[in-house]
Design a protein around this ligand. Sequence first.
Ligand SMILES: Nc1ccn([C@@H]2O[C@H](COP(=O)(O)O)[C@@H](O)[C@H]2O)c(=O)n1
Ligand code: CDI
Length: 159
Amino acid sequence: MFRIGQGFDVHQLTEGRPLIIGGIEIPYEKGLIGHSDADVLLHTVADACLGAIGEGDIGRHFPDTDPEFKDADSAKLLENVWQLVKDKGYELVNADCTIIAQKPKMAPYIGQMRERIAQLLETEKENINVKATTTEKLGFTGRGEGIASQVAVLLKKKD
Ligand SMILES: Nc1ccn([C@@H]2O[C@H](COP(=O)(O)O)[C@@H](O)[C@H]2O)c(=O)n1
Ligand SMILES: C[C@@]1(CO)OP(=O)(O)OP(=O)(O)OC[C@H]1O
């Protein structure tokens, strides 16, 4: 049995914060704002996984009003979500991720992001695709005010 899930998330960019995307710190003049480390891509992967198993979203599991999650490492949040997926008896078929950012250039970091996400979802790098697009300077992403991401995952019930 297969289950599909999708996620979408946005975080605002500001000066004085590290930029962490897909579990990788990217050198840039700005970083993302959040209650956690604001890793927009790992949040989106988590939401897609939760969607696939019908378990709501990360805000429900890790409320942004809870001091426990202040500056949380999003990799830890995704590990918790992945445990829920495993508890329900599923494994990953593949994940397809899109980062929507005018700047910085993600291309040099895509390989490392794929490796980190594959590690967190206990799969091979080949099952994780990460790509990036600008919005041709249009909208909030195009103006460099924030970064968005979209993720689709496919899960399969283990034999
Ligand atoms: N933040 C980004 C955005 C895009 N890329 C790469 O550049 C290619 C061209 O982007 P377009 O928005 O003009 O389609 C895109 O296919 C990505 O490979 C990037 O690395 N970082
Ligand atoms: C991850 C959580 C929890 O620290 O906070 P944020 O970093 O603000 O991220 P968001 O994507 O807004 O939603 C989930 C939150 O509850």
